[in-house]
Design a protein around this ligand. Structure first.
Ligand code: 2P0
Length: 325
């Protein structure tokens, strides 16, 4: 049986930036994200007694041995849960600019969790799927669900899972991803956040920042107040990136274009066009705004960026099975 699943990536409005358990991927704090429509991964999995080892391809290319080890470790969790020992063939097509701060690992491990668990004969609840996806990559925990999603840090493996806050987003929250540099980043999120937890003197404050930001942004979401949501998300992103600058050695994912783009968004907002920014573990900037401002914003952004650099994103759906044959 070949099972194909699709999962969309997500962008955190309140960031996950640090683990307290590397192996189980238990985060230091809660986080909250918007699942995005245009970026997704389709993954097909089948287990067979005729395979003598796991085989993986991404975009029709075999993966590196390092990636294969990470994927096999993930499949071992699925095999253990299902009580099987067969090897698998996994084929993934990524509709996400890989490793450019657009979190392809979120959609990749969410799609793999769903396809592999079904192919192994498991029928997990969405909560358990979210816990399983977490073992592949933290941000994948949230991509099981559509719309606005909170990942609870929890106390242990059982209690660290995501939950939808508003699965069908019924107000005008949108994002434009501004693609400034889609090359592979130098420092992976995994290493970056580990260094920050170990060396950034601001880390204890970050835990409190996130607690407050989660509470405030949930109120803003309930009120469908996009200005408030955008403001909280922008401040949260700046504070996450401040942790990196304060690490030892300090580092940043920003480049000169990132800074110029942040400046532009602040300037547009100061001159009356409401919009906010957030950045992840890469130089690209995602703009948060109300759909009513889309046209005006695109007109302004088009003065600075090529059309192909501007990717419009609305809220996307949760992970689904595409084929089961
Ligand atoms: C987030 N990021 O909340 C944060 C903000 C990037 C910046 O989750 O080590 O690929 O696999 O758990 O999930 C990127 O980190 O890291 C991430 P692992 P992941 O979206």
């Amino acid at each position: 049986m070949i099972v194909t699943a699709r999962a969309h990536t997500n962008i955190a409005l309140i960031k996950y930036w640090g683990k307290r358990d590397q192996q189980l991927i238990l985060p230091q704090t809660d986080s909250l994200s918007l699942t995005l429509d245009p970026f997704y991964t389709d993954t097909s999995v089948n287990f067979s007694p005729s395979y003598d080892h796991d085989q993986f391809s991404i975009n029709n290319t075999p993966v590196s041995s390092k990636t294969a080890r990470r994927l096999t470790a993930f499949l071992n969790i699925v095999r253990r849960q299902a009580g099987i020992s067969q090897a698998a063939r996994v084929q993934s097509i990524n509709h996400v600019p890989t490793a450019a701060g657009l979190a392809s690992s979120a959609s990749a491990f969410a799609a793999l969790a769903l396809a592999a668990s079904r192919a192994a004969g498991l029928n997990l609840s969405r909560r358990d799927l979210s816990r399983l996806a977490r073992r592949g990559s933290g941000s994948a925990t949230r991509s099981i669900y559509g719309g606005l999603v909170q990942w609870h840090r929890g106390h242990d493996d059982q209690t660290s899972y995501a939950e939808p806050i508003m699965e069908k987003v019924d107000f005008g929250l949108e994002m434009i991803a501004i693609l400034l540099d889609t090359h592979q980043k130098k420092l992976s999120s995994r290493i970056g956040m580990q260094e920050v937890v170990a060396t950034s003197p601001f880390y204890p404050s970050w835990r409190n920042v996130v607690k407050n930001d989660i509470k405030n942004i949930k109120n803003a979401i309930a009120a469908r107040d996009i200005d408030r949501i955008g403001h909280i998300a922008q401040e949260n992103a700046l504070r996450m990136h401040a942790l990196n600058l304060a690490a030892d050695p300090g580092f940043t994912y920003f480049n000169a274009d990132t800074l110029a783009t942040m400046d532009l968004i602040d300037h547009l907002r100061d001159t009356g066009l409401s919009c906010y920014y957030t950045m992840d573990a890469g130089p690209n900037v995602k703009v948060i705004y109300d759909r009513r401002n889309r046209q005006a914003l695109l007109t302004e952004l088009s003065k600075h960026f090529a059309a192909k650099q501007l990717v419009l994103a609305q809220a996307g759906p949760g992970a689904t099975i595409l084929k089961n044959e």
